[in-house]
Design a protein around this ligand. Structure first.
Ligand code: PEP
Ligand code: MN
Length: 346
């Protein structure tokens, strides 16, 4: 860490800053320049992260050298991490193909959609049993009954399953049924929920909050990892912007940015990022071309009857078309996509 002092700082103030640094068990190296004086701090920087050094009189700026997301950072793990979801690998050259409806609506409906997306090459089945809806009057999900349907349909089709958990009280319940726990955009900074999913041994799909920076996303990953669960997959799902023609602004640069800062895999969700089925295929491919480790797409066999997010869902045949293009791109990039059945068998 480097502490930059204000111009005109006096010797007493400098002495005081050095005393504060040394009191934390660290070494301070003073360097006086013509215009500015700086103090280099040597030692375990994490000691300093919660110390309000910027509030000491005479301090102009405090510049950390190491990122505050220690476990999620590239420094912590030189190689890209691979997260294994019941045999389906995500990261390190393996693409996760996550598909399914926004919400689990019935056994029949999910079974039909699962059959279609699996045939098209999806290797993980998604569907929400607990839905975070803006309106309290909108369909909230089938709860535990939905989890049972998801587990059963996933097993019937040989697909591991991912579903959202919204409440720390339900983490254990959801983990009983799901192979991967999704933290939704609205809960990215629900720190008690992050702490709870950090205590279970199931992979976590952590979606970016709609006004969160990539570093905020990595700090949330750090919450989960700090509890012992390092199986975190990040997800870029768009951020709020001013253009009303799309649901969100798909931030494709977040993919290489997250990869430059972290070893964690990152996937893209063009369904929530755009809110428009006509834009989903192009954004899915852009995400993979930018280095994403997978794609999360909502698919419904009758969007007009969907209980949630129908207008953005791809029809199964549209999903099959984009999945074919993703496979071609993956081959070009030297990436592999496990087939669902192979994954469950391993
Ligand atoms: C979802 O995946 O259906 C969902 C609600 O996503 P997000 O949290 O990204 O809005
Ligand atoms: Mn949705």
């Amino acid at each position: 860490m480097i502490i930059v002092l204000q111009p005109g700082v006096n010797d007493e103030q400098i002495r005081h800053v050095i005393e504060r640094v040394e009191a934390l068990g660290l070494q301070a190296h003073l360097s006086r320049g013509t215009y500015r004086t700086i103090i280099g701090v040597i030692g375990d920087e994490s000691q300093l992260q919660s110390a309000p050094l910027g509030a000491i009189p005479g301090v102009a700026n405090v510049i950390p050298i190491l990122p505050p997301f220690k476990l999620a950072s590239r420094e912590a793990h030189g190689e890209p991490s691979v997260v294994d979801v019941a045999g389906v690998k995500i990261g390190g050259g393996h693409l996760g193909m996550i598909a399914g409806p926004c919400a689990i609506e019935s056994h029949e409906r999910l079974d039909a959609i699962a059959g279609e997306v699996r045939k098209a090459g999806a290797n993980l089945l998604r569907g929400g049993a607990f839905k975070p809806r803006t309106s309290p009057y909108a369909f909230q999900g089938l709860g535990e009954a939905g989890l049972k349907i998801l587990r059963d349909v996933g097993d019937r089709h040989g697909m591991p399953v991912v579903t959202e958990v919204m409440d720390p009280r339900y983490v254990e319940l959801v983990a009983e049924y799901a192979d991967m726990l999704q933290i939704g955009a609205r809960n990215m900074q629900n720190f008690s929920l992050l702490t709870e999913v950090g205590r279970v041994s199931k992979p976590v799909l952590l979606k970016r909050g709609m006004s969160a920076t990539v570093k905020d996303l990595l700090m949330s990953a750090e919450y989960i990892m700090s509890q012992g669960n390092s199986q975190v997959v990040l997800c870029e799902r768009g951020v709020r912007s001013f253009d009303t023609d799309t649901r969100n602004l798909f931030d494709v640069a977040a993919v290489p940015l997250a990869k430059s800062l972290s070893h964690l895999p990152i996937i893209v969700d063009p369904s929530h990022a755009t809110g428009r089925p006509d834009l989903v295929p192009a954004c899915a491919l852009a995400g993979v071309a930018a280095g994403a480790d997978g794609v999360h797409i909502e698919v419904h066999n009758c969007p007009e009857e969907a209980l949630s997010d129908g207008p953005q869902a791809l029809l199964p045949q549209q999903y099959a078309a984009v999945a074919t293009q993703i496979r071609a791109l993956a081959e070009l990039l030297g990436k592999t996509i496990a087939s669902a059945a192979t994954a469950m068998a391993t």
